[in-house]
Write a protein that binds this ligand. Structure first.
Ligand SMILES: Cc1cc2nc3c(=O)[nH]c(=O)nc-3n(C[C@H](O)[C@H](O)[C@H](O)COP(=O)(O)O)c2cc1C
Length: 230
């Protein structure tokens, strides 16, 4: 059963009516009721996740390492959810045991630092452990996996539950900041060769983390200009 105050869910529906084809407040109220009662599955964008992108979330796991929270890149490509878990983390050891994690959507990178420094509290929300500052969460379970051992563990995930705690959830996406970074470097190309290198490095981050047509086109245009210079 989803976790969420109906007023918060309604505010979210009203803020993104296009996701539900909603044209009036009455229709939005009906959609909000269906969402809260579990009659309607919200699209991933409802939780502030970007499609065709790696969304940086805070993953809460439980298991042999205890209750833990750490940053994780949640991959949303072709309508499927996935993650790559590198060896050695508590997150991976817990997930290997339980096949379950809570993906907490939080737009504040300072909370990511607090998580890495073991300073971010985890609280129960409708029986689900979520990190402080969470605006929306998805309880995710393992569908299939490959790799593992000393190699990265690649997992496909499916949502089994969700919660909305704030009407404006938004996940961090590295590629968005990286495109801005690339553009800043682009404006400094005349100041020295290091700016072209930094611009290219930032574009590599964009390519790795956002795959939408709009972003691919932006990268191509910048690379063409960079290529034309050398
Ligand atoms: C923004 C960000 C994204 C990250 N994404 C991943 C990831 O997708 N997979 C992974 O294994 N580690 C990722 N990490 C690294 C882990 O968060 C890091 O190894 C952390 O120390 C693991 O903590 P834990 O031992 O408490 O699980 C990421 C780190 C940051 C800051």
């Amino acid at each position: 059963m989803p976790v969420g105050d109906e007023a918060v869910v309604l505010a979210r529906v009203l803020s993104c009516p296009e996701l539900f084809d909603v044209e009036s407040v009455e229709e939005a109220e009906e959609v909000a009721r269906k969402l809260v009662e579990g009659e309607l599955e919200p699209p991933l964008e409802f939780f502030g996740l970007r499609s065709e992108a790696v969304n940086e979330v805070l993953a809460v796991t439980e298991g042999p390492e205890g209750r833990n929270v750490a940053p994780l890149g949640l991959r949303v490509f072709n309508g499927e959810l996935g993650a790559v878990l590198y060896p050695g983390s508590r997150t991976r050891r817990n997930f290997e045991e339980t096949g379950r994690m809570v993906a907490c959507v939080n737009p504040n990178p300072v909370d990511f630092l607090r998580a890495l420094f073991d300073e971010l509290p985890i609280r129960e929300c409708g029986g689900v452990p979520v990190a402080e500052g969470t605006r929306a969460f998805l309880v995710l379970e393992r569908v299939r996996e490959s790799g593992g051992g000393d190699d990265p563990l690649r997992v496909e995930l499916e949502p089994v539950d969700w919660g909305l705690l704030h009407p404006r959830p938004r996940a961090l996406v590295r590629g968005e900041g990286a495109l801005v970074e690339a553009l800043v470097e682009f404006t400094r190309l005349h100041l020295g060769e290091s700016h072209a290198r930094r611009c290219r490095e930032a574009l590599e981050v964009v390519k790795r983390t956002v795959g939408s047509r709009e972003y691919r086109e932006a990268v191509k245009r910048l690379e063409e200009r960079l290529g034309a210079r050398s």
